[in-house]
Design a protein around this ligand. Structure first.
Ligand SMILES: C[S@@+](CC[C@H](N)C(=O)[O-])C[C@H]1O[C@@H](n2cnc3c(N)ncnc32)[C@H](O)[C@@H]1O
Length: 373
């Protein structure tokens, strides 16, 4: 049986996610706003949870129907038989979104969908699921677009950026999924030197290292679909074999990944994180200016401090500016910046500088790429 899946993506990472899913040999991969669609048997959803570094969640489509009114929403959901996935003993939570549709109040949509599901259960079994918004067994997403409703089940459970390795955060850590997209967008390949001179909790370097040694990001963590009624012995066996295959893929190549930060305390956090993630990175505590002169070529992929939460932005941008101006050898700088005034002063004027729009949490950012030749 074939299912339709939707891998959700942070704004600006849809293209990177599409390329990743194609590389992972998923079928009928198509990028749209907010994510990437693909198709296949249920195990392809498991495989996406296990292997995608960039997707935020993996959703599986359960039903699509015309939804011209609130009544239609309730009636059509009520007609659905969801007994293969949830029983009254399972908890649930519903989230909704709507665009260009008559039924537009998202809280109302979520409420009506939940009512229709639990009313149906009460009728069939005399009891119903309770709602748990924090840690439900089944999270449903309802999306209404141009009066057509799609009901999705979230296979991921906890969002996929929670890989399980982050012991402590450090200052303003990137989400792991965004970091993985940045590493991919930088064009770095595993044989070249990777250097993050303002690494904070180490997210970019850890994601790069996991990529280089083919460590599946979902190894060792739990997923939402494992709590569904449909996760029977056969499905458990299918998941176990995907996990075993992923374990066999991990290589022990020598990695060329270097990371530093001016704060020794932050480096201690990054080291803990890398240990938890099972990757080897050469960490040191030093100011970004201490990398000058650095004669080897390679990739600098970094996220300097910006905004009100972190100080020292001017110094960090100035150091990058000087580095780019003075560097010898062939370097590619990929710099995630959320400070337009510093972009204008330092990055924009560099020869060949180009940028890609990304969203980091609630901040619009630019990923600058500057190559020295
Ligand atoms: C935005 S944070 C990086 C977050 C990181 N990408 C992560 O995911 O955790 C910026 C980091 O730059 C470091 N930093 C600030 N000024 C620096 C400098 N002049 N040299 C080296 N590191 C610096 C800060 O200590 C901070 O950890």
């Amino acid at each position: 049986m074939s299912f339709k899946f939707f891998a959700t993506a942070a704004k600006g990472t849809e293209g990177a996610l599409r390329d990743e899913l194609r590389e992972l040999k998923f079928r009928r991969v198509k990028a749209t706003r907010g994510g990437v669609a693909f198709e296949g048997p249920a195990t392809e959803g498991y495989r996406a949870c296990l292997w995608s570094r960039i997707a935020m969640r993996i959703l599986v489509e359960r039903a699509t129907f015309a939804c011209p009114s609130e009544r239609a929403l309730y009636d059509r959901v009520r007609e659905l038989d969801l007994g293969d996935v949830i029983t009254p003993q399972h908890t649930l939570a519903v989230r909704a979104s709507s665009s260009q549709s008559y039924v537009s109040h998202t809280q109302f949509i979520a409420q009506k969908t939940k009512d229709a599901i639990v009313d149906g259960m009460r009728e069939d079994f005399g009891e119903r699921s309770s709602v748990d918004i924090h840690d439900p067994d089944l999270r449903l997403f309802v999306h209404i677009n141009r009066d057509e409703c799609t009901l999705y089940f979230d296979m991921s459970g906890e969002p996929l950026h929670l890989r399980g390795w982050r012991a402590r955060g450090g200052a303003a850590p990137l989400k792991e999924t965004l970091a993985a997209a940045i590493v991919r967008l930088s064009g770095w390949t595993k044989d070249a030197l990777f250097l993050d001179p303002m690494c904070g909790s180490g997210t970019l370097a850890i994601e790069a290292a996991a990529m280089a040694c083919k460590r599946a990001p979902g190894l060792g963590r739990a997923f939402g679909f494992q709590r569904w009624a449909s996760y029977d012995d056969e499905e458990i066996a299918a998941w176990k074999s995907l996990e075993d295959e992923a374990r066999d893929c991990v290589t022990s190549d020598t990695l060329n990944i270097v990371a530093s930060d001016s704060s020794p305390d932050t480096i201690a956090i990054a080291e803990d994180n890398a240990r938890q993630a099972g990757v080897r990175i050469a960490f040191s505590s030093r100011n970004v200016t201490q990398w000058l002169p650095e004669e080897r070529g390679g990739w600098v992929v970094t996220n300097p401090p910006y905004g009100q939460r972190l100080g020292g932005s001017d110094e960090a941008y100035l150091a990058l500016d000087t580095w780019i101006a003075k560097v010898r050898g062939v370097w590619t700088f990929s710099i995630l910046s959320g400070a337009p005034e510093l972009d204008g002063a330092f990055l924009e004027r560099k020869r060949g500088a180009r940028w890609h729009a990304l969203r980091n949490g609630d901040l619009d950012c630019k990923l600058w790429t500057i190559a020295t030749r």
